[in-house]
Design a binder for this molecule. Structure first.
Ligand code: NAD
Ligand code: UGA
Length: 431
């Protein structure tokens, strides 16, 4: 099939290479010309395991190309996927302006039956919203169908999720669009749930909100474990063995970040408000997360009262391991709190991007973990990079001003730290 994907971000780019790999002809439209040039030269614009090789393969086979020309690309396509950003507005509502702009442009180019797919995460009612814009712009009703096909990939495991995910959700109105979407997705051999657009839209928000709530729940359990001498990992293990609970997403830490959980929880709360369904449970998950992500600063202030001019090392800046994405990373909130109190910050992240260096030019960035901890007063582990499990505790003992670690991702062992007289705080595994 001829596929057009609009937006070459985390979702658009992965979706594009996946459809190209499955034998479709894909044009990915991206408004940022630097990204277009880079991708046409087989250089990925994001870090994602396996993406580089797959991109090279698809470009060599000429099954994928990148352009900033939306009009021509839509004209050539049977299906157009919208994969642009839907960030939060200041009041928590979903900002649909990028989607709206795309639809206005698409409207000018539809010259035969085309399926328009909402792949971006958009609030319930968006399929109708898109349809209404197309009709208002004069596109005849028999020339299109609008389908809701939310994405469930995780950054860092994106290609695995696209090829081996648990489910594909497709919300459509007509049998014609259902048949075509079925043809496109059948080769993936993943269970497909066909439903109406509203149901598909709700599935996406509630998946993210449920997972966020699960994380906030285990984080509250972890905070209790620290107070009473219990071990949160054992609690999580036992909870997870109950099949009704499942062991996934029970890893405590300094809260969830990323471009989706924070925005989609707020999004669901704002959708709920519109329909008089207040989602108190999701509000609580958000408020627990807001406190959880700055717990290391609370611990520091308990220890020192004043942290002005103290050198604090942050290990990890990305919102989780396996990605170069720093959007809504808990480490950004910690940085803000530390800078506000006059602390000096050293930082090391194996995937650190230029983006963060531009936002925080006054942080000292290091190319190695050991380099970043030399002479520091406290080390805060913010991201679960595997490398941090190998932190040399003897080196910490001998080369930091105060042997003091706040392990925001439970990467190290309390016993090993104690053996060396290192002051060590975990999230629910003691201190
Ligand atoms: P992103 O910001 O990484 O990428 C969006 C891209 O779209 C950008 O490169 C931007 O330049 C481009 N763009 C915007 N308007 C355009 C236009 N008119 N024409 C061409 N290009 C345009 O965003 P993302 O992380 O890929 O997320 C996209 C959507 O998918 C969001 O709704 C998000 O909630 C959802 N989602 C994201 C993930 C994830 O892991 N990142 C997973 C599932 C769903
Ligand atoms: C999440 C969902 O897992 C995807 O299904 C969804 O498609 C995506 O959001 C989206 O809509 O964008 P992602 O944000 O890439 O994917 O990452 P996750 O692995 O879900 O982690 C999110 C955050 O939760 C991270 O900060 C991570 O450190 C944290 N987390 C995760 C925990 O603190 N504990 C856990 O047990 C799991």
């Amino acid at each position: 099939m001829n596929i057009c994907v609009i937006g070459a971000g985390y979702v658009g780019l992965i979706t594009s290479v996946a459809f190209a790999k499955m034998g479709n002809d894909v044009i990915c439209v991206e408004k940022d010309i630097n990204k277009v040039d880079s991708l046409n030269n087989s250089v990925p614009t994001i870090y994602e395991e396996g993406l580089n090789d797959l991109l090279i393969e698809c470009i060599e086979k000429e099954s994928i190309s990148f352009t900033n020309k939306l009009e021509d690309s839509v004209k050539k396509s049977d299906i157009v996927f919208i994969a642009v950003g839907t960030p939060s507005l200041d009041n928590g509502e979903v900002d649909m302006s990028q989607v709206h702009k795309c639809i206005n442009e698409i409207s000018k180019s539809i010259n035969r039956y085309t399926i328009i797919v909402n792949k971006s995460t958009v609030p319930v009612g968006s399929q109708k919203y898109v349809k209404d814009i197309l009709i208002k712009n004069g596109v005849p009703c028999d020339k299109f169908d609008v389908v809701s096909n939310p994405e469930f990939l995780r950054e860092g495991k994106a290609l695995y999720d696209v090829f081996y995910g648990d489910k594909i959700v497709i919300g459509c109105e007509s049998q014609k669009s259902r048949n075509i979407m079925n043809l496109l997705y059948k080769p993936f051999n993943i269970p497909i749930i066909f439903t109406n657009p509203e149901t598909a839209e709700i599935i996406k928000y509630t998946s993210n909100a449920f997972l966020s709530t699960k994380i906030s729940f285990i984080n509250e359990v972890a905070n209790l474990c620290n107070k009473v001498g219990a071990d949160v990992d054992t609690v999580a293990l036992a909870l997870g063995l109950d099949k009704r609970i499942s062991p996934e997403f029970l890893k405590p830490g300094i809260g969830y970040g990323g471009s989706c959980f924070p925005k989609d929880t707020l999004g669901l709360i704002s959708i709920g408000k519109k329909y008089d369904c207040p989602f108190e449970i999701v509000k609580s998950a958000v408020s627990v997360n807001n406190k959880q992500r700055v717990i290391p600063v609370d611990i520091l202030l308990n220890e020192y009262n004043d942290i002005k001019d103290k050198t604090i090392t942050l290990l990890g800046l990305t919102f989780k391991s396996g990605t170069d994405d720093i959007r809504e990373s808990p480490s950004l909130y910690i940085i803000e709190e530390l800078l506000k109190r006059g602390a000096k910050i050293n930082a090391y992240d194996p995937m650190v991007s230029d983006e963060i260096k531009e936002i925080y030019p006054n942080i000292n960035y290091f190319g190695s973990m050991n380099g970043s901890i030399l002479g520091s007063e406290c080390i805060i582990i913010c991201t679960d990079w595997e490398e941090f499990k190998g932190l040399d505790l003897d080196f910490v003992k001998d080369n930091t001003k105060e042997a003091f670690i706040i392990d925001g991702r439970n990467m190290l062992s309390l016993d090993e730290a104690k053996k060396r007289n290192i002051k060590y705080y975990s999230i629910g595994k003691g201190y």
